[in-house]
Design a protein around this ligand. Sequence first.
Ligand code: NAD
Length: 391
Amino acid sequence: MTTIAVLGGGYAGLRAARKLAHAKVPARIVLVNKHPYHYQSTQLHQLAAGTKEEADICFPMATAVPKKVNVVIDEVERVDREGHQVFLKSHPPIAYDYLLNALGFESESFGIEGVEENSLPLVDVDTALAARRHLEETLARYRTSGDDLDLSILVCGAGFTSIEYLGELVYRLPELAKRYDFPMEKVKIGCIEAADKILPMFDRKLADWATDYLRRHGVVFHTSTPITAIRPGQVVSNDATFSANTIIWATGVKGSSVIPASGYSSKRNRVVVQDDLSVEGNPREFLIGDVSAVLDPSSGRPYPTTAQVSIAQADCAAANVVAELTGRPTGKFSFKSVGTVCSLGPKVGVAQIDFMGHWKLKGWIVGIVKKMVNDRSVLEVADVKTVLGNN
Ligand code: NAD
């Protein structure tokens, strides 16, 4: 029987496996995922700040996909693309006829010295929980250490992840100050960004509103400050050194390291795919989500690595596998963004919405929009009861 291997159970892989199962293809669908759960990667910053719990953003893989999908919990080590086999850490290899690689992203250090050893990335459930544990233990220690650096937090990068994390952090800190009995007025939060702008990809007025909001809540921004090294308790730029006992690393992501291990030529582990999302020279191999780069014809640049793009790619790639299986021509990927939301804690944020017009929103209304987006996303993998329980 034909086997379709789907690698990764994030937004793209999960959606593709579900679509294939619902299409009732005459094939065995195997979904390989490292963890026995799917997690909402767009909410990791909340887990890291402690405004959400693990159970709010993690959903068992067994119930997130239809029964027709065979779930294998294991780590993919590499794909033998010539021999059509997926090599796993603990299980025997899986032979496939069609491959949908959706292995997602990893933290990107850009080769900067000391990043792995001395800072905390926010790229999966384990790293987000480690960042939260470190933050709370360090803040709690101040009572006995009296060391001001225990109350200092540095966030590296001022893209979406950093800004959304900072929003949650300033919201949660007063509660942590009460719990661990430290003086709020002594807390120092710095954000260090190489570019001359905060949220460089966002509408300027909205980005300025977000920046002002965070400044009013005590965040100090250092722009035009490229980080060159991270040492224990120190962030080093060309002409300055910043000190803190909590250092969060959120300067961007790269695709899974399975990409170079499988012999693809790529840039930051993202492979440029054909317009039907297949790999050049191999119509039965599709790359979707953060391991792929698809050129947006309107800008000539790759589409951004967002959940929205990943989900649209999954729909297209699943339909193209069905087309291949039934001898029909494959379709081109097309994407129309419905907008971008950047939350600043659970209650406010900024958003550009492209739905029935172009809307630029800020404040509490965005808190409501973001909640609707999150609830819709959770409904894909869980039931209504779970969504209500999360509220
Ligand atoms: P990002 O690329 O959006 O932002 C990283 C920031 O770090 C950039 O502003 C960059 O200039 C800065 N930077 C890079 N190297 C640096 C250095 N050496 N020193 C100082 N600053 C440096 O990355 P992210 O925030 O990790 O997000 C990853 C992806 O996920 C992005 O594509 C993003 O759009 C997406 N995302 C979207 C949302 C949302 O839509 N709400 C939320 C989170 C992430």
